[in-house]
Design a protein around this ligand. Structure first.
Ligand SMILES: Cc1cc2nc3c(=O)[nH]c(=O)nc-3n(C[C@H](O)[C@H](O)[C@H](O)COP(=O)(O)OP(=O)(O)OC[C@H]3O[C@@H](n4cnc5c(N)ncnc54)[C@H](O)[C@@H]3O)c2cc1C
Length: 489
């Protein structure tokens, strides 16, 4: 009831005058607020565009009502925003692409939004790209097409490249070129004090190490990243191979897992609802690969084609012609659907009985909109030691992710109960680690799961770059499941 009254009051004042109490909630005077407004773009709950401005990718989080959203266009503006929020002791959160699985880029305090930092440049002598924090994968792929170079690419066009990279960054080229963070050469970051720092292999290398896997919302606001790019072979080819999960799922999964375990090869597998226009009735098992012709990887794919009666699409991507529609998972999930996912790593191959149980549980799903996907590790991901970067998951076979979507309340209950039961079934099959870019609050011991043995070093780096102070015992950047500073002992 109170929520309803608040909502009606809010609706009445939208587009109207900001009440004096609003500034009190910000701990600022009208004068201070107006000075800020001259320097950065602001959206308050009293502005017409507030509802749109607070919308993240997943509508699950639309109940979170920020006090203020500050849109920055460059590093200097981020510094202005941080000076304001630290001076007035506001709670803050940081948003680039708005794809957080736990909604932590929204908060009831101040959202500092860097999605308008869209600069993008290619250095043809060093073969590097420099990207503003707001550049997303749709924009990156378009740009890479002009440079005819490849770079780490995630599966969704609207995820921010920076948000992806700071939490690791898995994509279809990960086994070939490592996680996104392995291609991160340098970052520009603004600290809570508004100071701009550069982190690279020579300067502030401790910070660069930390940003490679633990950079999301922990140390400061990253405004720009520099990434390696890679040669784009003429024979780049994308595969999409579909099987019926019910008829051929167990055989394909067993073969896929064996290839992950016994060789450096391994390809991404997705179990998904029927795709639009799919020649095979769902649920489907989809094998996707971005590879190069006449490589061992392609010979592995040929082995898969011998299993059952798959439907195969093969598409060449000559340099400069990458197609995002192919890179995505091709799901037909309604845009208004809300999402929940849980995941964990598998580091010891599962037996036939376990695979059968996984397939059967999926087949018994309560609604159409569910996915299970298996992201193969190994290759260049696992060539690094687990302490080479703060991203520590370097000896896993694959990441197993379950995902459910819903639209109405009844579907929500069924989806959450299904996914939680599924996770209970899977838990004994998983290692004690989980991928921090797919976070969920129900995980036990998140520090161990996301950061492994790197956590104590991360705590020391946190103390240096975002130390505890007065109102902020966990540092100014202290989102749930964040890194806690070392306490000096
Ligand atoms: C549909 C979908 C597809 C995805 N596909 C992939 C995939 O293929 N591979 C993969 O590895 N991951 C994938 N992810 C996960 C994604 O990489 C993470 O959720 C990532 O953190 C999103 O970054 P963002 O900036 O878009 O999200 P946001 O919600 O804006 O931010 C996510 C987190 O990063 C922090 N953050 C954001 N920007 C900054 C910044 N500039 N400086 C410091 N902290 C910051 C936020 O505070 C928050 O904690 C996917 C997620 C979704 C929802």
């Amino acid at each position: 009831m109170i929520g309803l009254i608040l909502a009606i009051n809010m609706a009445l004042v939208v587009g109207g005058r900001i009440p004096a109490t609003y500034y009190g909630a910000l701990n600022a005077t009208i004068g201070e607020f107006e000075i800020l407004r001259k320097e950065v773009a602001l959206v308050t709950p009293y502005d017409e565009d507030y509802q749109a401005a607070k919308q993240n990718f997943d509508p699950t989080w639309s109940y979170i009502n920020p006090l203020l959203i500050i849109y920055c266009r460059n590093t200097l503006q981020v510094s202005v925003a941080l000076n304001f929020t630290t001076q007035h002791q506001n709670e803050i959160c940081v948003r680039s692409g708005g794809h957080s699985n736990t909604g932590v880029s929204l908060c009831t305090g101040v959202v500092i939004d860097v999605s308008n930092l869209k600069t993008i440049a290619y250095d043809g002598t060093q073969f590097t790209i420099t990207l503003g924090a707001g550049v997303n994968f749709g924009e990156l792929v378009k740009f890479l097409n002009t440079t005819k170079r490849l770079a780490p690419i995630g599966g969704c066009p609207t995820v921010s490249v920076t948000g992806f990279t700071l939490g690791g960054g898995y994509g279809q080229l990960a086994r070939r070129h490592g996680m996104g963070c392995d291609s991160l050469l340098a970052a520009t970051m603004v600290t809570a004090k508004g100071t701009t720092v550069i982190a690279n292999a020579v300067t502030n290398s401790d910070l660069l190490w930390a940003l490679k896997g633990a950079g999301n919302g922990n140390f400061g606001i990253v405004t720009e990243i520099v990434m390696n790019t890679y040669h784009w072979p003429n024979d780049t080819v994308g595969y999409q191979i579909l099987w019926s999960l019910k008829e051929e799922g167990v055989a394909v999964l067993l073969a896929w897992q064996k290839l992950c375990a016994n060789s450096t090869e391994g390809l991404q597998l997705t179990i998904s609802p029927p795709l639009d226009g799919s020649p095979i009735p769902g649920p489907l098992l989809v094998l996707q690969a971005l590879t190069f012709t006449n490589t061992t990887e392609e010979s592995v794919i040929n082995e898969f084609l011998k299993i059952g009666t798959p439907s195969v699409t093969r598409k060449y991507f000559e340099p400069g012609n990458l197609d995002f529609d192919y890179l995505g998972y091709g799901q037909n999930i309604p845009q208004e659907a809300r999402e929940f996912k849980m995941s964990g790593y598998v580091n010891v191959g599962l037996d036939k009985g376990q695979i059968e149980a996984i397939v059967q549980f999926f087949l018994d799903r309560p609604s159409t909109y569910n996915n299970l996907y298996l992201e193969a590790y190994g290759g260049d991901i696992n060539k690094f030691a687990s302490n080479a970067t703060s991203f520590c998951h370097r000896s896993e076979l694959y990441n197993l992710v379950i995902e459910s979507f819903w639209i109405n309340e009844d579907e929500r209950k069924a989806a959450l109960s299904w996914i939680s039961d599924y996770y209970s079934l899977l838990l004994p099959m998983l290692s004690d680690q989980a991928y921090q870019n797919y976070p969920f609050f129900q995980i036990s011991n998140y520090t161990r799961a996301y950061f492994g043995d790197n956590y104590s070093k991360l705590r020391a780096i946190k103390s240096k770059w975002d130390p505890p102070s007065g109102k902020y015992p966990d540092g100014f950047f202290h989102a749930r499941q964040g890194i806690k500073p070392a306490r000096g002992n």
